[in-house]
Structures are given as structure tokens and as C-alpha cells.
Write a protein that binds this ligand. Structure first.
Ligand code: SF4
Length: 389
């Protein structure tokens, strides 16, 4: 990767938030985070991965919990590790009451507070989360994600504007938490487009300069391209003092998740030494493959291999500005493929193939690559017939 010399890191004076044994915000070091890609109910594998990530430098390790069985497993995982643990809660927000006693942070996604108990307001659900977090000394992260943004915010703006719905949602939740007297929270605003990550985090930091921010590019994909995308977003923000914790999301096998920490550490070390990505790299355009890093929700473990195959099988289309999204599950797959030209999200025995919002079909794993290549060719012939690169 080509680097050039520029200025070093400075920090915004955000307030301090305690997450287990560490503090983030203000003068505290920028914390590194990662997430387990093992099944949460596989206690042995998850403990092993938590310890592996902590040994590689993770200050906080996130674990997804979607069911009571996951929550019970998390209690056992807690007994077997001293790492700082964050729980990832999606639709089933009530599980927070089961896991708060054993974790250090609760991450919730405002866009997922609409699915369960529809007659209960999202404000009520956040009050519930604050109550359980307060009772057990947990921090909270309001985790906004471009592919699953609060529908009420999304519908306020034209479809091409994905930045303002995220910003509004973050500001609204910060305001509610403030009104509840809750200060132990941070916010993340993630998009798969580095420029949007920069834009939305700058706007949030300008409006709420005291709130600690967790930075990352969602679905950055496979290294080394994923690391380049993450650098493109994080370097300018960190140089402006924005960012108290970071994650580099990589689509890699579970046993290689330590690469996320190595990449994050390298970004911080390079910034401290005044080295940043060469602007020539930043301006490169062409085929953009977005893929999630995988987590316990992955529905078929061949997902990581599929993402790699997509990268290899599309190499000859590299010059075309087309985006392809590859997602591991039904929780975030359908929404987070919407913005891509072609999207794949994995089911247990088939891959859902989309073109924009349109579902083209559920395709067998062994047939998806040739079908994807066919769809790319169709797209290119329609969109770029007049100007072949
Ligand atoms: S898309 Fe699904 S499998 Fe991938 S990281 Fe998100 S929740 Fe996990």
C-alpha cells in the first residue's frame, strides 16, 4: 500500500465512557474493536475467538445475540474470559436484560427497534435498554448502519440521500439518551462508502462534539481493498480529531480475524508517524465489491469463500464502476444489498441474487458465480455500451 507523509493524530475533547476495564473518549487512547464470527452458542469456539482477538489487541470484543440460547451461551462465555465484551442486539431488544449482567457494553441499532412489539414505541424500548444498562454498569453504543436505518428517517429523504437519515437518527437517539440523564454512550454512523462515512461523522461531530464516536466502514470487504476503503474514511476523520474507537471490518475466515486488529493498529501507527494513503490510490475508480465481515448470524459458512470467489470471478470487470454486495445473512442482507448494482445475500442452501431492489431469484451456491457473471455482462451491455473502458 502506498503511503505519503502528512500531519499526526489529534483528539476532540469528547466525554469519557467506561467500557469494562477501559475508558474511551477525551484523552484516552483510541480503542480497537473487533467482533466474533463464531456461532455464539458454540461457547468453546467463541471463547477461543474472544481471547484470540484480545491477544491481538482488541480492547472490546463484540458478540451477536439473537436468541435466549445465545444469551445463555454468553453468560458461559463471560465466565471463561476477562476480555471486555460488547453485545450486539438487533430486533430482540429484550434480550439485553439477560445479557447486561455479563457484558460491558450494549450495542443497539435504532433501525431494528421497530420489528418486535410494534405497539411499543422505540423511545420506550430505549428507556428499557438504559434501565438495564444502568443497573449493570454497561455502556451503550447507538449503532447506525446505512443498510438498516430507521425507516421513519429514511422515508423523510429522497432515496439517494442516505446520509441525512443516518444523521437524524443518531441525533434523535442522542437527544433521548440525554433527556434520560444517560451519558455513558457512544455513537457509530457506518456506511460502505468511505466518503459518506466521512460526511456523516463530520456532521455528527459538529453537532455533538462531546459524544464519543466509534468509527468504521461497514461491509468494507476483502483485504487489501477493504483496508484501503477503511483508510480512505478513517484517516481524514482521525486527523480532524474525530473518532474514539475504531474497527476495520474484514471479510476473512474466523481464524484470521486478528488481521482486523493488525490493520487498525497500522492505521493508528501510520497516522501518528504522519503517514497516510497516497491520494492517487484514493482516486481510483472501478468495480467495488462490498462484503460484510460475517458474524454469528452467517447462515452458511461457505459465505467467506463465496465472497472470495466473487472477487476472483469478477477480476476481468475491474475497470467498470459497478458495485456488488455480498452479505452473510437475512438479518442485514436484504437491506444492505439495496444500494448495490448487484447484491447477493446468503441463505442456508441458496444465495438470493438482487439487481438493485429487485430480487432475481434464489440460486444454488454452485450456480451463483456463473449467474452473477451473466448479470454483470447484461448490466455492462446496458449501461456502458457506448463507452467501453
Ligand atoms: S450481514 Fe449478517 S452475517 Fe454479515 S455481519 Fe451483518 S449480521 Fe453478520
Amino acid at each position: 500500500m502506498s503511503l505519503s507523509t502528512t500531519t499526526a493524530i489529534k483528539r476532540n475533547p469528547t466525554r469519557t465512557v467506561q467500557i469494562g476495564s477501559i475508558r474511551i473518549g477525551g484523552e484516552h487512547p483510541i480503542a480497537l474493536q473487533s467482533m466474533c464470527a463464531t456461532k455464539t452458542t458454540d461457547v468453546q469456539a467463541t471463547v477461543s475467538q474472544v481471547n484470540h482477538l484480545a491477544a491481538a489487541g482488541a480492547d472490546v470484543v463484540r458478540i451477536a445475540v439473537d436468541t435466549k440460547a445465545d444469551a445463555a451461551a454468553l453468560a458461559e462465555i463471560r465466565r471463561q474470559t476477562t476480555a471486555n465484551l460488547s453485545v450486539d442486539i438487533q430486533e430482540n431488544y429484550r434480550l439485553a436484560a439477560m445479557v447486561a449482567p455479563v457484558v460491558d457494553k450494549i450495542r443497539y441499532n435504532p433501525g431494528h427497534l421497530y420489528h418486535h412489539e410494534r405497539n411499543r414505541t422505540w423511545q420506550d424500548k430505549v428507556r428499557f435498554l438504559v434501565d438495564v444498562a444502568g443497573e449493570h454498569g454497561c455502556a451503550i453504543r447507538v449503532g447506525i448502519n446505512c443498510g438498516s436505518v430507521d425507516p421513519a428517517k429514511r422515508d423523510k429523504y429522497p432515496p439517494h440521500d442516505t446520509v441525512h437519515p443516518m444523521l437524524d437518527s443518531a441525533l434523535e437517539h442522542a437527544e433521548l439518551l440525554d433527556s434520560l440523564g444517560w451519558t455513558q454512550y457512544c455513537v457509530s454512523l457506518k456506511d460502505s462508502d468511505p466518503q459518506k462515512v466521512i460526511q456523516v461523522n463530520r456532521m455528527f461531530a459538529q453537532r455533538r462534539p462531546e459524544v464519543p464516536i466509534h468509527l468504521g466502514v461497514t461491509e468494507a470487504g476483502i483485504p487489501p481493498q477493504a483496508i484501503v476503503k477503511t483508510r480512505l474514511a478513517l484517516e481524514p476523520l482521525l486527523r480532524e480529531g474525530i473518532g474514539d474507537t475504531i474497527r476495520v471490518s474484514l471479510t476473512v475466515p474466523a481464524e484470521q480475524k486478528h488481521l482486523e486488529l493488525e490493520a487498525a493498529r497500522q492505521i493508528l501507527d501510520d497516522l501518528s508517524a504522519g503517514r497516510t494513503l497516497d491520494p492517487a490510490v484514493a482516486n481510483q475508480k472501478g468495480l467495488n465489491i462490498i462484503s460484510c465481515p460475517g458474524c454469528s448470524r452467517v447462515e452458511n459458512k461457505v459465505f467467506i469463500e463465496l465472497a472470495r470467489q466473487v472477487q476472483q470471478a469478477t477480476a476481468d470487470f475491474a475497470a467498470y464502476p459497478i458495485s456488488i454486495a455480498v452479505m452473510g445473512c437475512r438479518v442485514n442482507g436484504p437491506g444492505e444489498t439495496d444500494q448495490a448494482d448487484l447484491g447477493l445475500w446468503c441463505g442456508p442452501s441458496f444465495v438470493n441474487l438482487k439487481r438493485g431492489h429487485e430480487l432475481l431469484g434464489a440460486i444454488a451456491y454452485e450456480e451463483i458465480i456463473p449467474r452473477l457473471r451473466h448479470e454483470i455482462s447484461v448490466l455492462i451491455s446496458q449501461r456502458f455500451a457506448q463507452r467501453r473502458p
